[in-house]
Design a protein around this ligand. Structure first.
Ligand code: HEC
Ligand code: HEC
Length: 339
């Protein structure tokens, strides 16, 4: 890149026009840091403001397997904090051990990404999303009127709801709002990369710093994995083979077939296998997919997916960088269930 532009520079000088140098020069790792600063606080919507009582109730519901007809599957069965809020499986397993069509995504940092929930973006708020898996036959398989009756019959849920949503009762709405409040607070903690962004030059290794520059330049990962959450909240076909039409099916728009949401890369190394169908075993496999310009080159393949020509050591540097996005969070405690 530099040499080609360097030659244009010489040519430009010969022909008598100027080439602006700062526009073409590679930046150093430090200069990219400002693009990745974390926000200071979590946004909560006015219709469902934060309170500790709401968050605690939501956490209890999130971990309560009685939200399923089998009394056996909770949200946390699939969104397991021990696997960075995924399940470590290629495809999710739901009611009756049925294997579902897609992999469980993380619920980390969704307070900032509510416009496009699910791999195909078919939901646009955490409240709206929360009841879906409870009633879905393949997931928790509990019709919502039954869920309401079931929770109303558990005596010590009553004061928890009353404290969180006074006079609103135990309803599908208050269940959804409490779960959404809990989810908004599920945020990845400070990672070595965040300390580096804040100015601690030694927080990540030299290899990871090289990987960070590659991420923003030669590998161009930042085109889609942008900002502190490492996602543009948008949808792309990156060449993962398969029949799932993703975003194209939701919008009935053929040009978006096989496009899936850009997942966050925060804490990704706890979450493999990767992609909407769990088809890439580990980070090395993911880098290989990008390096060859996608595994399936369809008409819908993003124009930003092209062979990258990364050497083995550049691939290793990128992986080293991705590891620095993992935070060292305290283990999540599991709440005692109301009886
Ligand atoms: C059987 C496993 C399973 C259970 C149980 C489950 N989920 Fe999920 N969850 C998934 C899968 C799979 C997806 C992705 C589905 C898709 O994109 O079509 C998903 C997607 C989500 C998303 C969207 C994440 C994103 O990045 O867009 C949220 C939020 C979520 N689930 C919350 C919940 C909540 C809250 C519960 C409990 C009420 C729950 N889930 C129960 C498997 C599960
Ligand atoms: C054109 C946009 C785009 C570019 C460029 C891009 N990605 Fe992605 N990335 C995505 C999308 C979309 C997915 C999910 C695709 C799917 O599930 O089918 C994804 C998935 C991933 C995953 C799997 C995460 C998970 O939880 O499953 C990793 C890791 C990843 N990308 C890293 C990278 C790296 C490293 C680069 C640069 C070499 C890169 N991406 C370049 C859009 C992009």
């Amino acid at each position: 890149m530099r040499t080609v532009l360097g030659k244009i520079g010489v040519l430009g000088a010969l022909l008598g026009f100027a080439v602006v140098p700062h526009a073409v020069q590679a930046k150093s790792a430090k200069e990219y840091r400002k693009d990745y600063q974390r926000p200071k606080s979590v946004p909560y919507p006015d219709e469902n403001k934060y309170s500790k009582a709401r968050e605690e109730l939501g956490k209890t519901l999130f971990f309560d397997p009685r939200l399923s007809s089998s009394n056996w599957i909770s949200c946390a069965t699939c969104h397991n904090p021990a696997f960075s809020w995924g399940d470590g499986l290629p495809l999710a397993t739901g009611h009756g051990m049925k294997i579902l069509g897609r992999r469980t995504p993380t619920i980390l940092n969704l307070a900032w990404g509510e416009d496009a929930l699910f791999w195909d973006g078919r939901s646009d708020s955490l409240e709206d999303q929360a009841l879906g898996p409870i009633e879905a036959a393949g997931e928790m398989n509990l019709p919502l009127d039954q869920m309401e009756k079931k929770l109303q019959a558990i005596a010590s849920y009553k004061p928890l709801f009353e404290k969180a949503y006074p006079k609103e009762g135990i309803t599908r709405d208050t269940v959804a709002k409490a779960i959404a409040t809990y989810e908004r607070g599920v945020v990845s903690g400070e990672a070595p990369f965040d300390r580096y962004v804040k100015g601690d030059d030694k927080a990540i290794s030299k290899a990871a710093q090289r990987g960070f520059v590659l991420f923003n330049e030669k590998a161009r990962c930042n085109i889609c994995h942008s900002g502190w959450r490492f996602t543009d909240d948008s949808f792309h076909d990156i060449g993962v083979p398969g029949k799932d039409l993703g975003r194209g099916k939701v919008l009935e728009e053929a040009s978006l077939n096989h496009a899936f949401k850009t997942p966050t890369l925060r804490n990704a190394d706890h979450r493999g296998p990767f992609m909407h169908d769990g088809s890439e075993a580990d980070l090395a496999a993911v880098i290989d997919l990008y390096n060859i310009g996608g595994r399936e080159k369809r008409k819908t393949l993003s124009k930003d997916i092209k062979p990258l020509g990364l050497t083995k050591s550049e691939q290793a540097d990128l992986i080293e960088f991705l590891h620095t996005l993992t935070s060292e969070d305290k283990p999540v405690t599991v709440p005692v269930m109301p009886r």
